[in-house]
Design a protein around this ligand. Structure first.
Ligand SMILES: Nc1ncnc2c1ncn2[C@@H]1O[C@H](COP(=O)(O)OP(=O)(O)OP(=O)(O)O)[C@@H](O)[C@H]1O
Length: 225
C-alpha cells in the first residue's frame, strides 16, 4: 500500500461521498419544493372557493398553511406580531407597496392588508403547502414571481347560477352583487384564455367539483412545468 493510496485515495472517496450527499440533498430539496408548490385558488366571488377550501382543510388539517399577512390595523389583545399578522404602520406599508413587496393588498375598514411573496415562501419552509385565495390581479402577479405556483380557477356553472348563489348567500347589497357580477365576467374571460390556469373546476354539483379539486391538489405530478 503506497503513501499515495493512504493520503490521496481516502480523500477522493470522502470527496465523492460529500458530492453524493450534496447531490441527494439537493434532489430531496427539489422534490420537497415540487411537493410544496403554492396553490392559487381564484374565481368569481360566489363561485364556491371558500366552500371547497373549507372542506379541503377539514379533510387534510395538517397539509396546508396560510401566509402571514401584513396589516396596518392594531393588534387585538390575543394577537402576536409576526404570528397572526405582521403589524406595520401605514407609512411602512406604503413603502412596501412602492417596493412591489405585495402580491395583493387591499384596504378594508380604513386598514391596509397585504400578502407578501416572502410570507408565501415561509409556508413551504415550514413543510406546508401555501394556499392563496386571491383575485385576478393577484393571480397575474404571482405568475411573474419565482413562486412556481399551481393555478386553479373555480368557475360557476353560469352567470345566472352565480347571481342566484350570491343572492341566496345574503351577504351582499344589491350594488355589491352587481359589482361582483361585472368582475365575474372579466374573470371568466381571463380563465377562457389558454394556459391561464392549470385546472378549471366548474362548481355545479359540489361533490363532483370537490373531487376534481382535491385530486388535482393531491397529485403533484400534474403540471410540473
Ligand atoms: N356546488 C354548489 N351548489 C350550490 N351552492 C353552492 C355550491 N358551492 C357553493 N355554494 C354556495 O354558494 C355561495 C357562495 O359560495 P362561497 O361563499 O364558497 O363562494 P366564494 O367563491 O368563496 O365567494 P367570495 O369570493 O365572495 O368569498 C355559498 O352560499 C355556498 O354555500
Amino acid at each position: 500500500m503506497s503513501f499515495f493510496y493512504f493520503f490521496h485515495r481516502p480523500s477522493t472517496i470522502l470527496r465523492k461521498v460529500f458530492i453524493y450527499r450534496i447531490f441527494t440533498d439537493l434532489k430531496k430539496m427539489t422534490t420537497i419544493a415540487a411537493e410544496l408548490r403554492p396553490i392559487v385558488v381564484s374565481g368569481p366571488s360566489g363561485s364556491g372557493k371558500s366552500t371547497l377550501l373549507k372542506r379541503l382543510f377539514q379533510d387534510y388539517p395538517d397539509k396546508f398553511g396560510f401566509s402571514v399577512s401584513h396589516t396596518t390595523r392594531s393588534p387585538r389583545p390575543n394577537e402576536i406580531d409576526n404570528v397572526h399578522y405582521h403589524f406595520v404602520t401605514r407609512e411602512k406599508f406604503k413603502e412596501l407597496i412602492e417596493k412591489n413587496y405585495f402580491l395583493e393588498y387591499t384596504e378594508f375598514s380604513n386598514n391596509l392588508y397585504g400578502t407578501s411573496i416572502s410570507a408565501v415562501k415561509k409556508v413551504a419552509e415550514q413543510g406546508k403547502i401555501c394556499i392563496l385565495d386571491i383575485e385576478l390581479e393577484g393571480v397575474k402577479l404571482v405568475k411573474k414571481t419565482d413562486l412556481n405556483a399551481r393555478f386553479i380557477f373555480i368557475s360557476p356553472p353560469s352567470i345566472e347560477v352565480l347571481e342566484k348563489r350570491l343572492r341566496d348567500r345574503g351577504t351582499e347589497s344589491e350594488d355589491a352583487i352587481q359589482a361582483r357580477l361585472d368582475a365575474a365576467k372579466k374573470e371568466l374571460a381571463y380563465a377562457a384564455e389558454k394556459g391561464s390556469h392549470d385546472l378549471i373546476v366548474v362548481n355545479d354539483i359540489l361533490d363532483v367539483a370537490y373531487e376534481q379539486f382535491q385530486n388535482f391538489i393531491n397529485n403533484n405530478n400534474n403540471n410540473d412545468g
